[in-house]
Design a protein around this ligand. Structure first.
Ligand code: PEP
Ligand code: MG
Length: 884
């Protein structure tokens, strides 16, 4: 079996297409090597080896070891160095690299191969003993942490003590001899803490480090990240073993990261940061604040420290040319890492750069204009759920801002909340329903939970590529980093702002992630304009799309915002929701609680005008587009009082005797209301309800047609049908009322009568039901509930456990269960269309706004999807991608 793929010297085994086996980092290193770019030679151990490792009691296959050793021989030939050699030692970096990028989640070991002997050789060869001892102490610290499990803080303490003793402020102040002394102390603490000496055999170091990187695939941080990003556990990680190059060999050496375009705005200009005389991890860790790459970047940040463009003009020119080449090759914005070793440029990584949605749109649209992408390809470049970021509010420009401080605008949008200083507090506050802003000096992967719980993130240290910035952009929440004029006082849980202002935990601030400003209090915000790049891309998406996108809207306000987001009709109006507001619920309760038909009719007579005016407004807003009104489908328990206090209150409001009310509530009590007297069952028991609703609908349609001059495309939908005879009965009521209203008004309203398919029996009997139904709308909330036999209101108690234990991958109430529920949909669609070839098919369950489910609907041949207003743009884009 082939466990190892080599790269270097202008060639590589494998390339960008082999990301499943080589992981993202390995695949792109191979690709860059094949392009002839300066990549230190190395090898990639495939992801399958990770699975093997865990299956075989955390051991490595012998064939793998042999192949790694062959690879090292090739690296030795290429570099003229020897692994473990006592003249020119070859040092290695050992890095993880999964199929999907998991920034900072897994472990890395640098400078591997150093020991008491090779450290001397390295110093001699480099002509810099200080560098060699500094590298050795870094290696001991990393290796002891990653491989031996000794916390890195013990080493930091030793170093701090030493610096104090020697009177040094910075690490860079230590001399070779002083570093050598620190190395001695490090080795000593390893022995004291672990009872074993620091390993001197480079080969032993190598196998242990490879094993440790594999092991880090299952560390809690990585597991959490995978769960959040739906990365399957069985993927495993690849391991990259690569010849070290050094950015810490003096002032002509450097290390940095760059985006080929601005990841926040999408602007076409090289964007990045670097540190002189530093090693790779220093930039991302945010420990030293880096310098700008370009002069433009330096000016924008107002820094007086020179840019790379100024400091190393030759190397910078070469670097810029490589970036251009990579972008043209991948036809996408790249995020690269590089090192300059004594003036010689080395590329260490390239990958598609994470970006804000705004930047993603601008880049996709610009690349079409630049001729790099076609319109349809550009449409596929945007993740549909990410459009949500655009719908985020921004600060109302008309309000006055009280600026408390500012930093770098790392992730756009605005959010307000109470200040908390720890991830734990953020999680706790969110659980209590409070909105929080997480304030940290800098964030680390340990803070991920808190970052998810927060509305926005503020750090006082670090640059645009720091952990906080990268993660927040990925999550689409506002973020400000490097707010250096503000100071976090953790002990007293305070944020000290310029001008002596002190904010305490719990104080409210607003972050403007687009300007980098921290504002006092809860500042008014506005919804953003959906035009420009977004508008252009959506035009291309709409062109590519086959299915139409409707919205689930119960109120005129829903309908209006859905229209502004591009909804092409209403796919579901839940009429019972129209009665949740104000004193309407009282009339609704009277209707439900009525003891006889006369009482019910009295209440219905009062409900009629309310419904009619709501429908008129909806029809007017939708102006000739299709509107599906669903007849009442109230799980009764949602409308009735429960506790004694509630009963007393409602009885008073309804001028009723509490004892009587209690008896009626008891009489109506259902053990399983979701499977109870719901949907069409109610209309069959009490046809006067369906008649009132049908009347309100038709009379409203007559009125709206007079106002708009355009007849609404009316669809009346009967819920929870399992039997054709149920639908026949209810449709009979609807048709009778339609005739009555036509006679009374002199206006004939065209309409379709159809049904929801939300019970397995309805799906199975679709060919029979379609004899009556003129359309089907898949109610996948109930269809999931009834297919699985899992209560949709109770499933949250056990679904997360199911996911954690790998019983199911995804919550079927969020993303359609293709195999089971999906098969019922397919079958119902086919059987329904056998009976009625032009049967209109749509979906109106929550899944109608979920991109994966939308792809399924496209393949099942549905005519439309319907989703909540804020998901309409997501659904438009997902439907387009499904059709491309
Ligand atoms: C459904 O069941 O999928 C549906 C849309 O109806 P409701 O959620 O109102 O039961
Ligand atoms: Mg339903």
């Amino acid at each position: 079996e082939k466990w190892v793929y080599r790269f270097g010297g202008g060639k590589a085994e494998g390339g960008a297409a082999d990301v499943d086996r080589l992981g993202g980092k390995g695949a792109n290193l191979a690709e860059m090597a094949s392009l002839g770019l300066p990549v230190p030679p190395g090898l990639t151990i495939v992801t399958d080896a990770c699975a093997w490792y865990f299956k075989n009691g955390r051991t490595l296959p012998d064939a793998l070891k042999a192949q790694v050793l062959e690879g090292i021989v090739a690296m030795e030939a290429e570099t003229g160095r020897t692994f473990g050699g006592s003249a020119k030692p070859l040092l290695l970096s050992i890095r993880s690299g999964a199929r999907a990028s998991m920034p900072g989640m897994m472990d890395t070991v640098l400078n591997l191969g150093l020991n008491d002997e090779t450290v001397q050789a390295l110093g001699h060869d480099a002509g810099d003993a200080r560098f060699a001892w500094d590298s050795y102490r870094r290696f001991i610290q990393m290796y002891a942490d990653v491989v031996m499990g000794l916390d890195h803080e013990v080493f930091e303490e030793i170093l701090e003590d030493e610096k104090g003793r020697l009177g040094h402020d910075y690490d860079t102040d230590l001399s070779a001899v002083e570093w050598q002394h620190v190395v001695g102390l490090y080795k000593q603490v390893v022995e004291e803490e672990l009872g074993e000496t620091f390993p001197q055999d480079p080969h032993l170091q190598l196998w242990k480090a490879i094993a440790a990187v594999f092991s880090s695939w299952t560390n809690p941080r990585a597991a959490t990240y995978r769960a959040l990003h739906r990365i399957p556990e069985h993927w495993g990680t690849a391991v990259n073993v690569q010849a070290m190059v050094f950015g810490n060999l003096g002032s002509s050496s450097a290390t940095g990261v760059a985006f080929t375009r601005n990841p926040s705005t999408g602007e076409r200009s090289l964007y990045g940061e670097f540190l002189v005389n530093a090693q790779g991890e220093d930039v991302v860790a945010g420990i030293r604040t880096p310098q700008a790459l370009t002069e433009e970047g330096r000016l924008a940040s107002g820094s007086d420290r020179p840019s790379m463009e100024k400091l190393m003009p030759e190397t910078f020119r070469e670097f810029r040319a490589i970036c251009d080449r990579l972008e043209a090759h991948y036809r996408d914005m790249q995020d690269v890492e590089f090192t300059v070793e004594r003036g010689k440029l080395w590329m260490l990584q390239t990958r598609a750069g994470k970006r804000t949605t705004r930047a993603a749109l601008k880049i996709a649209v610009d690349m079409v204009d630049e001729g790099l992408l076609g319109e349809e390809e550009a449409v596929t470049r945007i993740e549909p759920p990410s459009l949500d970021q655009l719908l985020h509010p921004t600060i109302d420009p008309r309000v006055e801002r009280v600026v408390l401080g500012s930093g770098l605008p790392a992730s756009p949008g605005a959010a307000a909340g109470e200040i908390v200083f720890t991830a734990e507090d953020a999680v706790e506050a969110e659980a209590e329903g409070r909105k929080v802003i997480l304030v940290r000096i800098e964030t680390s992967p340990e803070d991920i939970h808190g970052m998810h719980a927060a509305e926005a993130i503020l750090t006082t240290r670090g640059g645009m590529t720091s952990h906080a910035a990268v993660v927040a952009r990925g999550m689409g929440i506002p973020c400000i980093v490097g707010a250096g004029t503000m100071r976090v006082d953790l002990r007293n849980e305070q944020l000290l702002c310029p001008g002596g202002i002190v904010l305490k935990r719990g104080d409210t601030v607003t972050l403007d992630g687009s300007s980098g400003q921290v504002l006092r209090g809860n500042v008014p915000m506005i919804q953003p304009e959906l035009s420009g790049d977004f508008g252009r891309l959506m035009v291309w998406a709409d062109k590519a799309r086959r299915m139409t996108v409707r919205t689930n809207a119960d109120t005129p306000q829903d309908a209006r915002s859905a229209r502004s987001f591009g909804a092409e009709g209403i796919g579901l109006c839940r009429t019972e929701h129209m009665f949740f507001e104000g004193d309407r619920i009282q009339v609704m309760r009277e209707m439900i609680l009525a003891e006889d038909e006369a009482g019910r009719r009295q209440a219905l007579a009062r409900l009629l005008p309310m419904q009619r005016s709501d429908f008129t407004e909806l029809f007017t807003i939708m102006h000739g587009l299709p509107v599906t009104i669903r007849l009442l489908d109230p799980p009764l328990h949602e409308f009735l009082p429960k506790s004694d206090e509630e009963i007393a209150e409602v009885a008073k409001a309804m001028d009723m005797e509490p004892g009587f009310l209690r008896r009626r509530v008891d009489a109506l009590h259902e053990f399983n209301p979701m499977l109870g007297h719901r949907g069409c069952r109610l209309a069959i028991s009490y046809p006067e309800i369906a008649e009132m609703q049908a009347r309100a609908i038709f009379e409203a349609a007559v009125q709206a047609a007079r106002v708009t001059g355009e007849a609404v495309e009316l669809e009346i939908m009967v819920p929870l049908v399992g039997l054709r005879s149920e639908l026949d009965y209810v449709k009979g009521c609807i048709d009778r009322v339609a005739e009555d209203v036509a006679r009374e008004s002199g206006v004939e309203i065209g309409y379709l009568a159809g049904t929801m398919i939300e019970l397995p029996r309805a799906a199975l009997r679709a060919h029979v039901i379609a004899e009556t139904a003129e359309f089907f709308s898949f109610g996948t909330n109930d269809l999931t509930q009834t297919t699985f036999g899992m209560s949709r209101d109770d499933a949250a108690a056990f679904i997360p456990t199911y996911q954690r234990k790998g019983i199911i991958e995804q919550d079927p109430f969020i993303s359609l269960d293709f195999d089971g529920v999906g098969e019922l949909i397919q079958l119902a669609a086919e059987r329904g269309r056998q009976t009625r070839a032009n049967l209109k098919l749509g979906i109106c369950g929550e899944h109608g706004g979920d991109p994966a489910s939308i792809t399924f609907c496209e393949n099942a041949g549905l005519d439309y999807v319907s989703c909540s207003p804020f998901r309409v743009p997501i659904a438009r884009l997902a439907a387009a991608q499904a059709a491309i």
